[in-house]
Structures are given as structure tokens and as C-alpha cells.
Design a protein around this ligand. Structure first.
Ligand SMILES: Cc1ncc(COP(=O)(O)O)c(C=O)c1O
Length: 362
């Protein structure tokens, strides 16, 4: 079965086999070597200087990393603007609300881009805002928000950016050089092609110095401190860390994030072109989409369950739309160990399935 949902992804054999390494006690040096290796390789994905940045590992899903970032990096006297245009932006707003952070939420419609002029106006009108939190790739619609442009808006106003890059880290460009960017949260089981259970935050050390301990398990400052001392406060998902290290080695050997981005773009475009020929339109213009995932309008004939089930019977798992978009769209991600031959087979199957559903496939 090939997973075309946006994580967890289809693993390469190499990453799958890495799960079979020896059992480790997390209080022994062998585990700390593994943890150090994962942290070092995470920084290397975007060539980050360890004196300036820390990679902090967490055992949990991507949401744990995002929640750790949001709850730990907005100081007690800080205020966060959450710029949202999808499920995951709204989730960050919910996290900030539950922690009663001083906050303002700018919620755009899910299909819309972020209005940078409005963000700039909000920041100019409220100088107490210290942070902007947003999602890089809004997996809800496949939109890649323009982080570089947002970082520019933030940097010129001395505002720090906290980014959910759960479905873009390792597969899209991220403007780490921009001083406005304070932290990025992500997970092993999306563009890095690892297994679920390992997540991480890449954070500027200066941002950690201003961090606060609002949470216990998700206290990013304490996690960073312990990991810097070759320690760990809790029981980590050791085998997920093995797989993360192997996935990071594989990513590097395949040419790093740029090569992955190129491959995703090629595969995503082939799927979009094939569907367009079949009369299935994309939700967003190509140039607004991530390389990782595209959303498509559901064909008039047959609903999502029928399309899903027929593709699954042919060996492909696709993904439904969320919330109010569930009736209108479906999504196809090309993350994971997806090869040219898989995309060939997928386009053939799509032609057949949509023809069966009564579509014109000339
Ligand atoms: C952008 C984004 N943020 C957060 C998450 C949540 O990740 P998880 O399900 O691993 O907690 C996802 C999951 O797809 C995502 O795409």
C-alpha cells in the first residue's frame, strides 16, 4: 500500500530496517550518542550553526512540538499574533487560548493566502505584540504560506516568528537566515520520511533564553537544557529516534531538502496534470501550492468515499478534505518513499477510476 496521505508516510526499506537496532536504556551513553546524532543532523538539514540554533527533540507527534514551541517561547510579558488560514493555524490559536497567552488571532478563510499588509498593520497598531505564529505549509489546503515575506514584515518590526513547519521541514525552503525567525516545529514522519513518535523544535538559542516554563512535559527550555547536558527528562521513543537518524542520513544522501523538493514538485505536478486532463481541477493555482501536497475539487460524479475506496483497492491511500471542505475536495501528498514508477501507476489508476465514475477521459 502506498500512503498518499500527508504523513505518516511510506517508509523506505532502509528506514524500516533501522527500527530493528538494539534496545537501549535512555540513561546510557549509547542513547545520548543517538540523541546527539539526531540533533546534529537536524541542524544540518538547513545548515544551521549549533552556536546559534538548538534542535530540541520531543517524543510525541507534530502537535506536541508545536504546542511546546507556542507555550514555551512567548514570554510572560509577550503577546502573540496568530496568523491562521487553516486547521493547523486554528489549532495554534486554540493552544494559545488554553494557556491564556496574551494573543490576537487573525483568522483568514481557509482557501485564502495570508494578508501580509494586514499583518503589518496589526503589528504597527499594537507594539505590545512580540511574536507572530503561523503555519508554513497549511496542509488543510496545500497552500505554502510565504514565510520569507512574512519574516521580512516581522524582522523590520523586531517581532519574532514561531512557525509550524510540520509538513514542510525537509521538503521546502525555510528562511532560517532571517533574524525574525525564532523557532520552527516539525516532526519525523513527514518530509524527513521517518516514523511517527519523534518530533522536534529548531529554536534560536537567544529565544530559549527568553523562554518560559508554562508546561511540564512540553517545556522546551527544560528539554533543551537536559539535552545539551546529554540527558533526557522522560522516556524517549528510542526506536523512533533510530529511524529519524536513518531518515536524516537518507535525506542527506539523496541531496537534502532541495532534492526532495524537486522530486515532490515533479511528482505533484504529474498528478495535477493527469487530473486536470481528466477534468479534475486543483483547489489552488499551482504557484500557490506546496511541493508536498495538492488539494483537488471532488469530481461531480461519485463522492469522496467511492474515490478513496477504489484507489485503496488499487493500492493507494488518498486523503479527505477537513471540516467544511470535506464535501468539496480531496488531497494527494507525494511525501515518503514514492518513486516515478509509483506515480506512473497512480496516474493510470486515476484514469481508470475516474473513467469508471463516468468521466470523459479523452
Ligand atoms: C501543518 C501541520 N501542523 C500540525 C500537524 C499535526 O501533526 P500531528 O498529527 O503529527 O500531531 C499536521 C498534521 O498533518 C500538519 O500538517
Amino acid at each position: 500500500m502506498l500512503l498518499l496521505n500527508p504523513g505518516p508516510v511510506t517508509l523506505s526499506e532502509r528506514v524500516r530496517r533501522s527500527l530493528l537496532q538494539p534496545d537501549l536504556c535512555h540513561r546510557e551513553p549509547e542513547f545520548f550518542d543517538l540523541q546527539d546524532d539526531a540533533r546534529r543532523r537536524l541542524l544540518a538539514v538547513y545548515d544551521l550553526d549549533p552556536a546559534e540554533w538548538a534542535a530540541v527533540l520531543l517524543t510525541g507527534s507534530g502537535t506536541a512540538a508545536v504546542e511546546s514551541m507556542i507555550t514555551s517561547l512567548v514570554p510572560l510579558d509577550g503577546k502573540v499574533l496568530i496568523a491562521s488560514n487553516g486547521v493547523y493555524g486554528e489549532r495554534m490559536a486554540d493552544m494559545a487560548a488554553r494557556q491564556r497567552l496574551d494573543r490576537r488571532v487573525m483568522a483568514e478563510p481557509w482557501v485564502a493566502g495570508l494578508d501580509l499588509a494586514r499583518i503589518a498593520a496589526i503589528l504597527d497598531a499594537d507594539p505590545t505584540i512580540t511574536h507572530v505564529a503561523t503555519v508554513h505549509h497549511e496542509t488543510t489546503t496545500g497552500r505554502l504560506n510565504d514565510l520569507a515575506a512574512l519574516a521580512e514584515v516581522c524582522q523590520t518590526r523586531n517581532v519574532h516568528m514561531l512557525v509550524d513547519a510540520v509538513s514542510s521541514f525537509g521538503g521546502e525552503p525555510i528562511p532560517f537566515a532571517d533574524h525574525g525567525l525564532a523557532a520552527v516545529a516539525a516532526t519525523a514522519n513527514k518530509c524527513l520520511h521517518g516514523v511517527p513518535g519523534a518530533a522536534f523544535v529548531l529554536v534560536r538559542r537567544t529565544a530559549l533564553e527568553r523562554g518560559v516554563s508554562r508546561a511540564y512535559y512540553l517545556d522546551l527550555v527544560a528539554l533543551a537544557r537536559e539535552q545539551d547536558r546529554r540527558g533526557t527528562p522522560f522516556t524517549p521513543a528510542v526506536h523512533a529516534y533510530y529511524a529519524l537518524v536513518e531518515a536524516l542520513a537518507e535525506t542527506a544522501q539523496e541531496g537534502g531538502w532541495p532534492a526532495r523538493n524537486k522530486r515532490y514538485l515533479k511528482h505533484g505536478q504529474r498528478v495535477a496534470d493527469a487530473l486536470r486532463q481528466l477534468g479534475v481541477e486543483p483547489l489552488l493555482p499551482d504557484e500557490e501550492c506546496s511541493a508536498v501536497l495538492r488539494a483537488f475539487r471532488l469530481p461531480a460524479t461519485g463522492g469522496y468515499p467511492e474515490l478513496h475506496d477504489k484507489l485503496k483497492a488499487a493500492g493507494f491511500v488518498i486523503y479527505a478534505g477537513q471540516g467544511p471542505l470535506a464535501q468539496d475536495m480531496f488531497r494527494i501528498s507525494v511525501m515518503g518513499d514514492v518513486r516515478d514508477a509509483d506515480v506512473d501507476r497512480l496516474t493510470t489508476v486515476l484514469r481508470k477510476v475516474l473513467a469508471d465514475a463516468g468521466r470523459d477521459i479523452t
